[in-house]
Design a protein. Structure first.
Length: 486
């Protein structure tokens, strides 16, 4: 609890108290609570969660990936149709506490999960009760009972989504206007399917065949659990592929170690501030992490060269976006990230590379990554330059907005950093030089002529040395140090 932000602790306490108040009527003396049904459904839901706690069973049913509580929502929705609201809330608790928790702190997360599901099941049961669900369930009148089940599933989904968004605001400090974006629509379809399975379970439970026959309805859901686990195994494989590629780049170019992950993090901040859907945010994170993957195609001697680059070496460096695009072309799950890798060095005024795109002709993901890339290049300490303060970097981004960077992306980054802050880190293992004096007549982060003409070379992400032509975010390197690379 102490590791949680104060707002998150408050949200957790409020949810737990609310769940306790909703379930309490079932425990009062004289309350009509069908304890046999409550205990059977609670045990069934808890048993559905236990394989994810066991490595052996979890591997047998779906690999090393946890199966997740959502697979067994049909049991909870059946409880919403079979039980009074307070008793239905109680049925959710054992399974919620038994569920596997991947992230710490585990205790508060289990309490939150239990409270969230208890509230959602209570709301679904109350909806079914108001629509005459128990009476309609006994003779199984269709289509009325079907509408009741669908309404209960929709309410269940709305409550779960509302609480998920609330904890995002409290624990992750998401902006209120975007905290719920991307949560409801992906949840409605599976919850509706679970509601129908829960209806079938409830109908058989009340029939002459009894609970044993009702359990058989859940077998298809266990199969869907296996399919869902396979999807997550594939997604974990994607993550492993990306980690391996990033590690290969970091090993080849030690000057930018950690840079890729920070660009991915900054890209996510921008995307969420813009209100992008979560599936696009994830792909954009991949784009930020892999934007420099083309360095694998650049000779190591060029990446690590200490002196100024020759024109031929500069041309090789400028090919790294195209190399990167070729490397990831066959990785289908990257989607829009491939365009960002290819075009993250384009400029709004059309003077960038590799194709000289301008304005809205530059893919949106590329415009996001360009801002995140430049920001980290300026705020990271390297072996050849000191980190610049965040405010200085933002001021430079604003100055270059419209000519090099998309002003909307710059504004989104500034707003996100004001809300969340930024943690910088040294990205080179080499000793850090003393801050260098700026060259006479040169503006910070700016050059007007090619290096060697009395001005500083640029800190250009993806490059191992100064590139031809003006670049707006160039730092003056220390005498004798390696030219900048973002």
């Amino acid at each position: 609890m102490m590791a949680l932000p104060a707002a998150a602790r408050g949200c957790l306490v409020c949810a737990a108290l609310c769940a306790a108040a909703l379930a309490a009527p079932a425990l009062r003396p004289g309350a009509y609570t069908p304890w046999t049904t409550v205990l059977l459904l609670a045990a069934l839901y808890a048993c559905g969660e236990l394989p994810a706690r066991s490595r052996l069973l979890g591997r047998a049913l779906g690999g090393a990936v946890p199966l997740g509580a959502g697979t067994f929502f049909p049991v909870l929705l059946a409880a919403a149709l079979l039980l009074p609201p307070a008793a239905a809330a109680l049925a959710a608790l054992p399974g919620a506490f038994a569920a596997r928790v991947e992230q710490r702190p585990a205790g508060p997360r289990r309490v939150w999960r239990a409270a969230q599901l208890a509230i959602a099941v209570w709301a679904a049961a109350r909806t079914a009760e108001l629509l005459g669900g128990p009476e309609a369930l006994a003779p199984a009148r269709f289509p009325r009972i079907l509408l009741v089940a669908l309404a209960a599933a929709v309410v269940f989904s709305l409550v779960v989504t509302a609480l998920d968004g609330a904890v995002r605001v409290a624990a992750e400090r998401r902006p209120v206007r975007t905290a719920w974006r991307g949560l409801l629509v992906p949840a409605l379809a599976p919850h509706t399917v679970h509601g129908l399975a829960g209806l079938m379970t409830a109908v058989l439970w009340r029939s002459a065949y009894g609970p044993v026959a009702a359990v058989l309805v859940l077998l298809p859901m266990y199969l869907s659990c296996w399919v869902f686990a396979q999807y997550h195994r594939e997604r974990a494989s994607h993550q492993g592929t990306i980690r391996a590629l990033v590690q290969a780049v970091d090993l080849k170019d030690t000057y930018t170690r950690g840079h890729s992950e920070r660009v991915g993090r900054a890209s996510v901040l921008i995307a969420r501030e813009l209100g992008m859907a979560e599936d696009r945010v994830e792909i954009l994170r991949f784009a930020g992490i892999l934007h420099d993957i083309g360095k694998l195609g650049v000779p190591t001697r060029v990446l690590r060269k200490d002196g100024p680059l020759t024109p031929e070496e500069r041309r090789v460096i400028e090919l790294h976006p195209e190399y990167g695009h070729e490397i990831v072309r066959g990785i289908g799950f990257l989607g829009e990230a491939r365009a960002a890798i290819l075009h993250h060095h384009e400029r709004m005024d059309g003077s960038g590379y590799p194709y000289g795109l301008s304005g809205d002709g530059i893919p949106e993901f590329a415009r996001v990554v360009a801002v995140a890339d430049a920001f980290d290049a300026m705020t990271s300490t390297r072996s050849y330059s000191r980190a610049r303060p965040v405010e200085t970097a933002l001021a430079e981004l604003r100055r270059c907005a419209g000519s090099q960077f998309d002003p909307r992306m710059v504004h989104a980054l500034a707003t996100a950093l004001d809300r969340h802050g930024w943690q910088t880190a040294v990205t080179s293992d080499e000793p850090q030089p003393a801050p260098s004096a700026e060259l006479p007549g040169a503006r910070p982060y700016e050059v007007g002529r090619a290096p060697g003409a009395g001005e500083a070379g640029p800190v250009e992400s993806g490059a191992a040395g100064p590139l031809p032509g003006p670049r707006p975010y160039a730092a003056a390197p220390a005498p004798g140090s390696r030219p900048g690379s973002g």
